[in-house]
Design a protein around this ligand. Structure first.
Ligand SMILES: Nc1nc2c(ncn2[C@@H]2O[C@H](COP(=O)(O)OP(=O)(O)OP(=O)(O)O)[C@@H](O)[C@H]2O)c(=O)[nH]1
Ligand SMILES: [Mg+2]
Length: 302
C-alpha cells in the first residue's frame, strides 16, 4: 500500500537529516521531491501546498544538536501531510439518524462515481458497517444501465442479508431510489444507500443523470467513490462530480492495491471534500474509517 510515496518521503527525510543543509541544498531536495510526488500522481496544487508548508517549517526549525534529527524531520513532514488530509466525521451521519427518527424518513445516501470505481462494493461494505453499529439499512439498485449491475447488488446485498430494492434495466434510476425510500419509511429502516451507474467516459449525460436523482430523492449525503488506482484522473473526476452534482464526502477504494498513493494524498485537498473511508480490500470489513491515520502510517510518518 502506497509504497512509492512512502519511499519518496523516507528519501526526503534521509537527505535532510545528515547535516544542517544550506538553503540552497534544501531547495534542491525540495525540487526533487516535487518532481517525484507529481510523477507518483499527487495533484500539482497539493504538491505545491505541501512543499510551501515544508519550506516554511524547515526554515524555522531548530534541529537539536544531540537529539534525534530524523525524528524532528519526520514530525515536520507528518504535520505538513496531516494538514492536507481532511477526514469526515462519521458521527455526523449517526446524529442525522436521530433527527430522521422524528420525521420518520430514513437517512438517504447517494453514491456516485465513474465506472468501476467501487460504488457497488462500497455500498454493501457501508451497509455492513452501519448494521454492525445497530442501524437497519435498505439498498437501492439505481444502476439500471450496466448489464449485470442489478444482479451484482442483489447478490452481494442479499448474501450479506440486506433488502435490495430494484426494478428492470432501463427503469428510471430516480424512481427506484424513491421506491426504496418509501419501503424504508414503511419498514422504519434507518438508512437507504443508493447504488448508481458509472460510465467509462464521465460525460455530461452521466453527471446530469446523477443530478436528476439528487433533485428527486434529496439525499442527506452524496458520496463520491473514487478508484485510488486511477490517480490524478480520480481527483479530476471528483471535481467534475462536485461541480455538477455536488458531493459531501469522498471514499477512495482499492487503496490496498495502490502503490503510487497520489490520489490518496491529494483527493481531499484538491477537492476540498473530506475523506470518509478508504476501501482496503474486497471483503465486507475492508472499509477503514480512520483514513488519515491509515494514510500517515502507510507513508511511514504515522
Ligand atoms: N482490492 C480492492 N478491490 C476493490 C475495492 N473496492 C472495490 N473493489 C473491486 O473493484 C471492482 C469494481 O468494483 P464495483 O464495486 O463493482 O465498482 P462500481 O463502481 O460499482 O462499478 P460500475 O457499477 O461498473 O460502475 C470489483 O471487482 C471490486 O471487487 C477495494 O477497496 N480493494
Ligand atoms: Mg456498480
Amino acid at each position: 500500500m502506497l509504497k512509492n510515496v512512502a519511499k519518496i518521503f523516507s528519501s526526503l527525510v534521509d537527505r535532510l537529516k545528515t547535516a544542517k543543509p544550506s538553503a540552497k541544498e534544501v531547495e534542491e531536495v525540495l525540487s526533487d521531491f516535487y518532481l517525484q510526488l507529481v510523477s507518483a500522481d499527487v495533484a500539482v496544487e497539493t504538491t505545491e501546498a505541501l512543499i510551501n508548508d515544508l519550506r516554511k517549517t524547515l526554515a524555522g526549525m531548530k534541529v537539536p544538536r544531540f537529539g534525534d534529527q530524523e525524528e524532528v524531520l519526520r514530525q515536520a513532514v507528518r504535520k505538513a501531510v496531516e494538514s492536507l488530509l481532511k477526514e469526515a466525521d462519521v458521527g455526523e451521519i449517526f446524529k442525522r439518524v436521530e433527527e430522521s427518527r422524528k420525521t420518520g424518513r430514513p437517512v438517504v445516501v447517494l453514491f456516485v462515481g465513474p465506472n468501476g470505481s467501487g460504488k457497488t462494493t462500497t455500498v454493501v461494505k457501508f451497509a455492513h458497517y452501519l448494521r454492525k453499529r445497530g442501524y437497519s439499512v435498505i439498498l437501492a439498485s439505481s444502476d439500471t444501465f450496466r448489464a449485470g449491475a442489478i444482479e451484482q447488488l442483489e447478490t452481494l446485498g442479499q448474501k450479506a442479508g440486506f433488502i435490495v430494492v430494484s426494478q428492470h434495466y432501463g427503469a428510471d434510476p430516480a424512481a427506484v431510489a424513491v421506491d426504496a425510500v418509501n419501503k424504508a419509511t414503511s419498514l422504519r429502516a434507518n438508512f437507504v444507500l443508493i447504488d448508481t451507474a458509472g460510465r467509462t467516459e464521465v460525460d455530461r449525460g452521466l453527471l446530469e443523470e446523477m443530478r436528476k436523482i439528487k433533485r428527486v430523492v434529496k439525499p442527506d449525503y452524496v458520496i463520491y467513490t473514487g478508484d485510488a488506482l486511477a490517480g490524478n484522473v480520480a481527483v479530476n473526476q471528483a471535481k467534475m462530480f462536485d461541480e455538477v452534482v455536488g458531493i459531501d464526502f469522498v471514499v477512495l477504494s482499492k487503496v490496498d492495491a495502490d502503490a503510487k498513493g497520489g490520489s490518496a494524498l491529494s483527493i481531499s485537498h484538491a477537492t476540498g471534500k473530506p475523506l470518509l473511508f478508504l476501501g482496503v480490500g474486497q471483503s465486507l470489513d475492508d472499509l477503514d474509517d480512520k483514513p488519515v491515520k491509515r494514510l500517515l502510517e502507510s507513508i511511514g510518518v504515522g
